[in-house]
Design a protein around this ligand. Structure first.
Ligand SMILES: Nc1ncnc2c1ncn2[C@@H]1O[C@H](COP(=O)(O)OP(=O)(O)OP(=O)(O)O)[C@@H](O)[C@H]1O
Ligand SMILES: [Mg+2]
Length: 165
């Protein structure tokens, strides 16, 4: 993903684990069936914390933890779409059990994909891409970059919801 900033991008700093979750929750409340959110960044940079918030915002049931031994965990929501939490970190070692790419990414649910750059062939050209970085022990930088009209609109709505501007 290009590090070059465009006017559509949104870059901010989270000051705590809970703030990262709350930001994810704001995004989760805006997500629709078929949406794809990619989360790239080093180990421990907050990707899963953010996805936990996304699940909260979508009203999914269950506690979101990293899918370490399978590629994907599915979380059902009482009223809305399912959340497919996908992690390609160990793509060469993990089981693809339950991973139907067409259903999990861009299907009837929402996809949150950690380590998307390890499986570029599974990533659609239109998506929201979030790059996480360590700032210090408690701070994480999040750069949100949309590709495609749907994601530009989503990011504008997220900006308004999270920051009021
Ligand atoms: N501002 C912050 N936002 C998110 N996590 C934070 C923050 N400050 C500290 N942390 C800590 O950083 C860690 C983030 O863990 P998390 O599992 O979310 O990372 P990850 O990016 O998913 O890593 P992995 O690539 O191993 O899946 C947690 O231990 C959390 O407590
Ligand atoms: Mg993780």
């Amino acid at each position: 993903m290009s590090p070059i900033l465009s006017p559509d991008d949104l870059d901010f700093t989270s000051h705590s684990e809970e703030q990262t979750r709350r930001l994810g929750q704001r995004l989760g409340a805006l997500l629709q069936p078929g949406d794809v959110v990619c989360l790239q960044g080093p180990l421990g940079s907050g990707k899963t914390r953010f996805v936990q918030g996304v699940g909260r915002g979508m009203g999914v049931l269950g506690i979101i933890a990293s899918p370490s031994y399978t590629i994907v965990n599915e979380y059902h929501s009482a009223s809305g779409p399912s959340l497919y939490h996908i992690d390609f970190y160990r793509i060469s070692e993990t089981s693809f059990l339950g991973f139907d790419p067409e259903e999990c990414i861009g299907g009837s649910g929402v996809a949150a994909v950690e380590w998307p750059d390890r499986a570029p062939g599974h990533i659609p050209p239109e998506r929201l891409w979030i790059t996480f970085r360590h700032v210090d022990e408690m701070k994480r930088g999040l750069l949100l970059q949309p590709s495609g009209e749907r994601y530009r609109e989503l990011l504008l709505a997220f900006r308004m919801s999270a920051f009021g501007v």
